[in-house]
Design a binder for this molecule. Sequence first.
Ligand SMILES: [Zn+2]
Length: 338
Amino acid sequence: MTTPLIIGGVEVAPGSSVQLNIPVAKLYTDTELTLPVHVRRSKKPGPVVFISAAVHGDELNGIEIIRRLIQQQLNVIRGSVILVPMVNVYGVLNQSRYLPDRRDLNRSFPGSPKGSLAGRMAHQFLTEIVSHCDFGIDLHTGAIHRSNLPQIRADLSDEQTKKLAESFGVPVLLNADLRDGSLRAEAVSSGTRILLYEAGEALRFDELSIQTGVKGVLNVLSSLGVVRKSRRKNPISPFIANRSQWLRAPVSGFIHEYVGLGAKVEAGDVLAEINSPDGSLLDQLVAQRAGIIIGKQNIPLTQEGEALFHLAYFGEEEADEVVEHIELMQDALEPMPE
Ligand SMILES: [Zn+2]
């Protein structure tokens, strides 16, 4: 027996595919703000999984990942998949991470039906979507002018979450704490296991991030038995970083960087030089220990103390394998259609 699935007051029958718009709030323009949701249900019972994007409204790669999944006509053979391409519709409209009052939706969970717009959105998303789900994949990107190497962040101390994270097929898994007010922290209480996919930068489409994300979601769904297993074996195995750190600019100036996303650095390596506008060398940014660059800022200007490179730390032997697998991930990029 499959349990009834009721979203936004609509019962979605087993074996059906529906598109819904869940009311969230009325705007001062007299416009109804609604949450677009696509549901694919199999006749057979099985896990219920949500895939969400744009909890931060300016993070676009996830919207494109979900668009491609919808276009591929996901064939759900067990359980249900709930696709939510724009959780923060308001932010997408404003091309902004935030909601009114500069509220961050991912710090506004669990929210409440009488709260601010952020609180209401958080509450609606939690009650209408997340509470039905056994698993979820929340798609994010770096901030504006900051790029992330495709990576999964999750609570890897939980065995089942770890297994799921490994099945995604990215080289870097970051064991991440649960932040207060975040979707992941709140989902723990409803027993929903969540992976957070981080790739690319805000307000941009990045093909590597998008293709890796589409494959990753399908890999996770197939490992749960929700879609058929693909015949292609994923050659990319994951490595867990238990620690990561942002390296900050020692002085203000113009940056000349020597390393990019996915690079391995050794202790003592110069990652960037910081120069004055007249060209004289002010200081160097030096790695204190060996790691892999999983995030970086893209503007070649910096203010003292600004975070420039995000390094993930692995075991000594692992690091070379991580680099190899990052290359495999880049090689797996399919050519763009003409
Ligand atoms: Zn985000």
